[in-house]
Design a protein around this ligand. Sequence first.
Ligand code: CO
Length: 140
Amino acid sequence: MIGRLNHVGVAVPSIEAAKRTYVELYGVREEDITRTGEMPAQGVRYAFVNVANSQIELIEPLGESSPIAKFLEKNPQGGQHHVCFEVKDIYEARDSMIAKGATVLGEPRIGAHGTLIIFVHPKNSNGVLIELMETPKEAH
Ligand code: CO
């Protein structure tokens, strides 16, 4: 059983430009947007926009083999890429997904929040790529 919605992942051609959109158009304070980080192993740069009840994760391709690059070819302006729910135990969640016949993409690995994540194929969830993330230990 999934827990709280942690974030919505949005692929963008430029994180810095996307940050400005949230500040200038939607009034998000600069201090509520994280610095841009990099996860070379996953081929992404990322930053989080904190809003009252959740986060938007901005992701930009890093390197030529980035999995985000193909998505941006189809969606040049960017677009909603995945939805992330928290789970208590990532291995339990993975085993449960597999037992129910879902396609889990890759092994549990450390995500942008420093906890273990997996992805479930969009074909199993009405066309939406689902990220499952072990709940961070610190309070939200
Ligand atoms: Co994510």
